[in-house]
Ligand binder design. Structure first.
Ligand SMILES: N[C@@H](CCC(=O)N[C@@H](CS)C(=O)NCC(=O)O)C(=O)O
Length: 393
């Protein structure tokens, strides 16, 4: 695996590999192999990437996980990360999306707006991702340059001086809800982690538990969430507070989908408040853009730079929405639609009665509209990039 301790999406894959007991080595994206072989293969500098023993290179957290869940690597994993119950599966997809994408606001805020506590740590940590031959002084300079870019990126996720205090209030609420849920459940859906936990650990690890400022908040306010984070990042069972829990994850059971804990519905309700208006506004902006640009060739993102990850180049592609009484404007990323499609596709696979049950669970949490959000063209992944699918009639 090519990744970095400081990288959000590397944390998702590393946690997955550890919990599944899959043997791997982590190398820096500053390594020769990454720069000379992986970057040209993938077409851009991006982590995490996994290089399988046969030389296959996989980029993207979800694709890497699926390589082990459903693909060539599946004999190496210990348990399925996709719940069998369609209701639990839908909830698990929801938290994969929310953890990797919806928690970026607190992740970016706590990383870049607490320099007295974080900056020395971040300077040293980002140094780990530079080419080995780079001098310490040059690595610090490169960090200054890159951190300027990342601070700017924080703005595109809705981190502003006006939103800062509310981001903190909302993150504290999230910690309280998650902590209450973990009283009875070692993982989001019971006895073993699922794709939802792997999504959540993305934001909760590198930024929110390793960076000094939010780590201290989590330890003071929600130590139980801190222990879930530690549990997610070791191959050990680490279940001290769950007396009698199954230690072998391949035998551990998930919760009963006919009797969902109120604490889980409350966490889903938080997602509705925190993220539904944003993803809905993103879908609207993307659909307007797709209507205005009917000529985009299927299998491309329609942009001059195929490696560009926003909806459009040159400063466009932003959506404005109401969030906790403020107006926020954030960048539209088609990757999020692709993750949401995974939820929609799995819901569509189940029978009418089960779909009704999923709807009623989502409705209890004010999340039902998410089940109906669609972009006019599907997002597909091809050649390690997000691209638009064919125009549908
Ligand atoms: N969808 C990708 C996102 C990966 C990603 O954004 N990685 C960040 C580091 S955490 C990165 O490489 N950024 C490089 C850049 O934006 O230039 C995944 O899940 O793997």
């Amino acid at each position: 695996m090519y990744g970095g301790p400081v990288s959000l999406y590397s944390g998702k894959v590393r946690s997955y590999l550890r919990k599944q007991g899959i043997d791997f080595v982590e190398r820096s994206p500053g390594s020769d192999r990454y720069l000379k072989h992986v970057v040209p293969t993938v077409g851009r500098w991006i982590i995490p990437c996994v290089e399988a023993p046969d030389g296959t290179i996989i980029q993207d957290g979800a694709d890497i996980i699926d390589h082990f869940e459903k693909g060539e690597g599946s004999e190496l994993r210990s348990f399925s990360s996709y719940p069998e119950s369609p209701v639990l599966l839908a909830i698990s997809h929801l938290f994969e999306l929310f953890g990797g994408e919806g928690l970026l606001r607190p992740a970016m805020h706590y990383r870049w707006n607490f320099d007295d506590q974080n900056l020395a740590f971040l300077t040293s940590e980002f140094g780990l991702m530079m080419p080995a031959e780079m001098s310490g002084e040059d690595a610090d300079k490169a960090f200054l340059h890159n951190s300027g870019r990342m601070r700017k990126a924080a703005g595109t996720f809705g981190v502003t001086s006006a939103s800062g205090p509310l981001i903190e209030e909302s993150f504290e609420e999230w910690l309280d809800l998650f902590s209450a849920h973990l009283v009875d459940h070692p993982y989001l859906l019971g006895g073993h982690p699922t794709i939802g936990d792997f999504g959540l650990i993305a934001a909760m690890w590198a930024h929110l538990f390793r960076d000094p400022a939010p780590a201290s908040l989590i330890k003071k306010r929600a130590p139980r969430v801190g222990r879930w984070i530690e549990r997610m990042t070791t191959n050990e069972a680490y279940l001290h507070e769950y007396d009698g829990a199954e230690l072998d994850l391949s035998k551990a059971k998930l919760i009963n989908d006919a009797n969902l804990p109120d604490t889980l519905i409350a966490m889903m309700g938080f997602v509705a408040e925190e993220y539904l208006p944003e993803i809905r506004a993103h879908v609207d902006v993307a659909n307007e853009w797709l209507v205005e640009n009917p000529g985009i060739e299927a299998g491309t993102n329609g942009l001059e730079n195929p490696a560009h990850r926003g909806l459009m180049e040159g400063g466009g592609g932003f959506a404005t929405f109401e969030w906790r009484g403020q107006k926020l404007t954030t960048g539209v990323l088609p990757y999020r639609f692709w993750l949401m499609q995974r939820l929609h596709d799995d819901v569509a696979m189940s029978g009418a009665g089960t779909q009704e049950r999923i709807r009623s669970v989502f409705a209890q949490a004010n999340l039902e509209p998410m089940l109906d959000l669609r972009t006019l063209r599907r997002v597909e992944r091809a050649g390690h990039l997000e691209v638009w699918g064919p125009l549908e009639d």
